[in-house]
Write a protein that binds this ligand. Structure first.
Ligand SMILES: Nc1nc2c(ncn2[C@@H]2O[C@H](COP(=O)(O)OP(=O)(O)OP(=O)(O)O)[C@@H](O)[C@H]2O)c(=O)[nH]1
Ligand SMILES: [Zn+2]
Length: 367
């Protein structure tokens, strides 16, 4: 995985990397932030194609076949169509007849888009297979370390992380407003890119049975600034207070901003929502699924804290399911609400109707 971390840094800087699928080399560059399609074409000796996720293609008005719709991602756009589509912003527009040359994506292209996701960029990649004529130059650049190469297998798996490899890095007592006896324990993912914090409230040696647990995905706008667009800040504070009242437990503060798409993309999604889309459709226009979060890191953190039985504070059935799949016994669920306001009502409605969140009580005005 070591090469992958380095490749992600190059991708975020707008540089190309090579994704190698059984000896076939695909030059890959992020659409977002790429300065020149021409330079990529010159290096590869081929015109690049644009690889997009099926979510984005559907949002662009493509009628995907049943087969294509079931793939994790799909398609090439043939080269001369690139001109009209080459910015992240124009990609959100319906494409009409522009996208005639769709082809199913192979494992190398799947790896390319997975790298973009992991790099928290728009999941769209410029891709060109290296031509026979260009191979010598590419090999020289690889040998000199000017270009990085990753295997297609590693690239496709880079979102999942490496189970059991979270590092417990540092910890300290941090008295909180509603829970004076709290301890922050910081974990770092092996690639060093993301850090997650377990807030341990109370004295673990006194806990009996299922531990009260909150999985909280980071929301800079809501948690820190009290944004009225969502309910996150209130949920965070309510969770700390509830766990304290329940006799102590754990809040996992997960680096999963914007349901895993990152802050840059969440801000883009907010702008699309201001244009009328709901939270799910806005993410799909950008190329993302309903919810891009993976909870393996949460399971790892619970294992490190010797917790295998929990009472989960959430309205999100996916979180219960993910913990159960990771071998954690979720013995009960407790609802956790913020307030409904004029600003967040549409968002909460979409969570309930599109995302299956259990929010009936709060939306029907019972709280
Ligand atoms: N993509 C996207 N993310 C959003 C939007 N509004 C809030 N978020 C993110 O949604 C996530 C909400 O996280 P949580 O509160 O832990 O989870 P949840 O899925 O709402 O489920 P609960 O456990 O019931 O709260 C945070 O990462 C927010 O940054 C939005 O409009 N678009
Ligand atoms: Zn939020």
């Amino acid at each position: 995985m070591y090469q992958i971390e380095r490749a992600i840094f190059d991708i975020r800087r707008g540089l190309p990397v090579v994704v190698n699928a059984s000896g076939q080399r695909l030059l890959v560059q992020a659409l977002e932030g790429s300065e020149s399609v021409e330079a990529l074409a010159l290096l590869a000796g081929e015109r690049p194609s644009l690889v997009l996720t099926r979510h984005r293609l559907a949002a662009m008005g493509m009628n995907l076949s049943a087969e294509a719709a079931s793939l994790p991602l799909t398609a090439h756009i043939s080269t001369n169509e690139l001109n009209g589509l080459a910015t992240a912003e124009t990609l959100s527009q319906p494409a009409g007849g522009l996208l005639s040359g769709l082809k199913p994506a192979g494992i190398a292209e799947l790896g390319a888009v997975t790298l973009m996701r992991r790099a928290l960029l728009i999941p769209a990649a410029l891709c060109a297979f290296v031509s026979q004529e260009a191979i010598a130059t590419i090999e020289q650049q690889l040998a000199e370390g000017r270009l990085l190469q990753v295997s297609a297998e590693d690239a496709t798996q880079c979102l999942a992380g490496a189970p059991g490899m979270l590092k417990r890095v540092s910890e300290a007592n941090i008295p909180l407003d509603n829970a004076a006896d709290s301890r922050f324990v910081l974990f770092r993912e092996p690639d060093g890119l993301r850090e997650h914090v377990a807030v341990v409230i109370g004295k673990p040696e006194r806990w009996e049975g299922a531990v009260p647990l909150r999985l909280h995905s980071a929301c800079l706008t809501g948690d820190l600034f009290g944004s009225l667009r969502c309910d996150c800040g209130e949920q965070l504070r309510n969770a700390v207070a509830d766990i304290q009242t329940m006799g102590g437990g754990v809040l996992l503060y997960l680096a999963q901003e914007g349901r895993g798409i990152g802050l840059a993309n969440k801000l883009r999604a907010y702008t699309l929502q201001d244009g009328g889309l709901d939270t799910v459709d806005a993410d799909q226009v950008l190329g993302f699924g309903d919810d891009e979060r993976q909870y393996a890191v949460a399971v790892d953190m619970l294992n490190a804290l010797n917790i295998d039985q929990v009472q989960l504070l959430t309205n999100n059935p996916l979180k219960m399911e993910a913990l159960r799949q990771g071998g954690i016994d979720v013995v009960s669920r407790q609802a956790l609400y913020g307030s409904v306001t004029d600003h967040n009502q549409r968002y909460l409605n979409a969570k309930a109707t599109r995302g299956g969140h259990l929010l009936e009580d709060v939306l029907s005005g019972q709280r």
